[in-house]
Write a protein that binds this ligand. Structure first.
Ligand code: COA
Length: 327
């Protein structure tokens, strides 16, 4: 059976780092509060005003090309999950294709907030499984610092900037993406949103300084729905693929809050050593968290490992993907 398998990974982290100690000087917070409530110690920040999401996505794609040795002209398609594109249009993926010399590729972006990588991966996999394309680059890239109010202690401690990418190719040996459960609920928009800057509320001289220019989050309901959304879709996947907790080698959860990750793992009886965690170093990098985890844990992965990716984000959007690692 033809499946879509991850055959390589790449990443980019901007060099500047914002630590909890830095945040203590900016807002009324403490390292102790941030660490115990979220698990985050530091986040990377894109401070160069001439560089943002497309640049980071390009660097992650270049790193992927270096790691895999793939010829950019052989790439058929580039899909980028992002909610912080450089511009409303043109999109990120076309900019990346141009910058890396993927002259035969087309591309588009997927807007699904923290589920952006998961939804992009599922879309890319369908193109490969159908036989339409053979080689797709899937990227998660977000410059969250561009939409954060650094005077709002409830959100500025959470997010960071990063990009990461995977190479997806056809596999006929039983590896690759096996199943997926993806979900959405538009009523979630009241709890997590960016009000201004779109077609409904464009930025004007009058609203220029409104808080609606930045991310709004009502943390508690989002927390509860995130735990429920991720654990219920993992359960569905495990049931219909006859997987017991001991059959799963790795769980790769979206990195929004260490307590969310722990609640999901506890509910499903996954021991901590099977759960990928990078939140301490990067914070919530939105669409980049899952491919960043795959980068950082790549050396621990073995061919044939059963892996479950799971995410929850603004929209609401959420879901899980079950795959067998291919290398
Ligand atoms: N430093 C110190 N105190 C803070 C603070 C900070 N950075 N942020 C909030 N607080 C305060 C609040 O003002 C509140 O004070 P009060 O009790 O006097 O009103 C108190 O801490 C508790 O706030 P609350 O929002 O209830 O905390 P919480 O335990 O729910 O943690 C989040 C807040 C944001 C960390 C948590 O709700 C969360 O992670 N939510 C989900 C995020 C998420 O998954 N997003 C996913 C989409 S990507």
């Amino acid at each position: 059976m033809r499946r879509a398998a991850i055959k390589g990974v790449g990443k980019f982290l901007p060099p500047d780092v914002l630590t909890n100690a830095d945040l203590e000087k900016m807002v009324d917070t403490s390292d102790e509060w941030i660490t115990t409530r979220t698990g985050i110690k530091q986040r990377h920040m894109m401070k160069d005003p001439d560089k943002a999401t497309t640049y980071m996505a390009t660097q992650a794609a270049k790193n992927l090309i270096e790691n895999t040795g793939v010829d950019p002209s052989s790439i058929d398609l580039i899909i980028t999950g992002t909610v912080t594109p450089d511009h409303n249009f043109p999109d990120t993926s076309n900019g990346v294709a141009h910058a890396i010399g993927a002259t035969n590729a087309f591309g588009f972006d997927v807007n699904a907030a923290c589920s952006g990588f998961l939804f992009s991966l599922a879309t890319a996999a369908s193109y490969i499984q159908s036989g339409m394309y053979n080689r797709v680059v899937v990227i998660g890239s977000d410059t969250m610092s561009s939409i954060i109010d650094y005077t709002d202690r409830t959100t500025c401690i959470l997010f960071g900037d990063a990009a990461a990418a995977v190479l997806l190719e056809a596999d006929e040996d039983g590896h690759g993406i096996i199943d997926q459960v993806l979900k959405g609920d538009g009523s979630g928009k009241e709890y997590l949103n960016l009000k201004l800057g779109g077609s409904l509320h464009p930025i004007t001289a009058e609203n220029l300084n409104d808080s609606g220019r930045y991310i709004f989050q009502d943390g508690r309901p989002v927390f509860k729905r995130a735990v429920l959304g991720m654990s219920s879709t993992i359960k569905q996947l495990m049931e219909r693929n006859n997987l017991r907790p001991e059959d799963v080698n790795w769980v790769v959860p979206h990195q929004a809050n260490m307590r969310i990750i722990q609640s999901v793992s506890d509910q499903l009886d996954f021991p901590p050593e099977k759960v990928m965690v990078t939140i301490e170093n990067y914070g919530n990098t939105t669409a980049a968290t899952i491919p960043l985890c795959l980068n950082d844990y790549e050396s621990k992965l073995n061919k044939g490992d059963n892996i479950i990716l799971t995410a929850f984000g603004g929209g609401f959007t959420w879901g899980s993907i079950y795959l067998k690692w291919a290398y």
